[in-house]
Design a protein around this ligand. Structure first.
Ligand SMILES: Nc1ncnc2c1ncn2[C@@H]1O[C@H](COP(=O)(O)OP(=O)(O)O)[C@@H](O)[C@H]1O
Ligand SMILES: [Mg+2]
Length: 233
């Protein structure tokens, strides 16, 4: 069951309690999976390939329905996919951000204002008329984030948004999300397998075979994962 209602002041912005999910009845992907992200914080979700990270994010976004458990999430929710080419649909930057606002009853002036403000927030204020195809991967991800900011999203879910980026754009994007979270009171959950990104977050979760098995201080989790990698090598 998804309760899509404003949560009490001062609590978490994202809460999953004992989630269960499977693509078929005999193969569970998530088992009693629980996590909680405090309002206004930037948390990361780590885990091996196939551990269920993308599935969990899609459940939180309401793109999939759990077979058991409960989700509470502040809305609106913005989602940023690994590949921005699967997300950006319009020919230019400004048109793409404006397209995300079509379901809201806004005047043309309000749409212009939201587009401008959200693109400025991701340092793409001068890019409104640029064609999407002329952007770098990192710029495309920032357009996707601007789309969420334009919709005044409370929560931003990002599924390996840096997976296709070069190392410079990768760190630029993670630093920008950290700044946006702090400046605008957004709550973000960011999926990654790149341990160097952990220093930008307030906390992290470790998912193993569909269950959160550890959470908290990112530096401690980083040490834990580096030891595991050493053992595997
Ligand atoms: N559409 C789907 N149909 C069937 N199985 C899927 C589907 N998507 C993912 N899975 C399976 O669910 C498991 C978890 O996948 P996923 O959530 O994508 O993991 P992660 O993002 O951590 O790599 C994997 O075993 C994967 O093969
Ligand atoms: Mg994934």
């Amino acid at each position: 069951m998804t309760i899509d209602a404003p949560m009490q002041e001062g609590l978490s912005a994202i809460q999953a309690i004992d989630l269960n999910f499977g693509w078929s009845e005999d193969k569970a992907i998530l088992h009693s999976c629980s996590l909680e992200v405090p309002k206004g914080e930037f948390w990361m979700l780590l885990g091996a390939n196939g551990s269920g990270k993308s599935t969990l994010l899609r459940l939180l976004a309401g793109l999939l329905q759990p077979t058991g458990g409960e989700i509470q999430i502040s809305s609106p929710v913005g989602f940023v996919f690994q590949n921005p080419d699967h997300q950006l649909v319009m020919p230019t930057v400004g048109a793409d951000v404006a397209f995300g606002l079509v379901q809201e009853a806004l005047s043309t002036a309000e749409i212009h204002q939201r587009v401008e403000e959200s693109l400025t927030a991701v340092s793409l204020g001068a890019f409104q008329r640029r064609p999407i195809y002329a952007l770098s991967g990192g710029q495309k991800q920032r357009v996707a984030i601007a789309g969420a900011i334009a919709r005044h999203c409370d929560v931003l879910l990002l599924d390996e948004p840096t997976a296709l980026l070069d190392p410079d754009s990768q760190l630029e994007l993670v630093a920008q999300v950290q700044t946006l979270v702090k400046k605008r009171g957004i709550t973000a959950l960011w999926v990654t397998h790149r341990l160097e990104e952990l220093e930008y977050c307030d906390g992290a979760f470790l998912l193993e075979a569909g269950k959160v098995v550890d959470k908290g201080d990112p530096e401690r989790l980083k040490q834990r994962l580096m030891q595991t990698e050493d053992v595997e090598d």
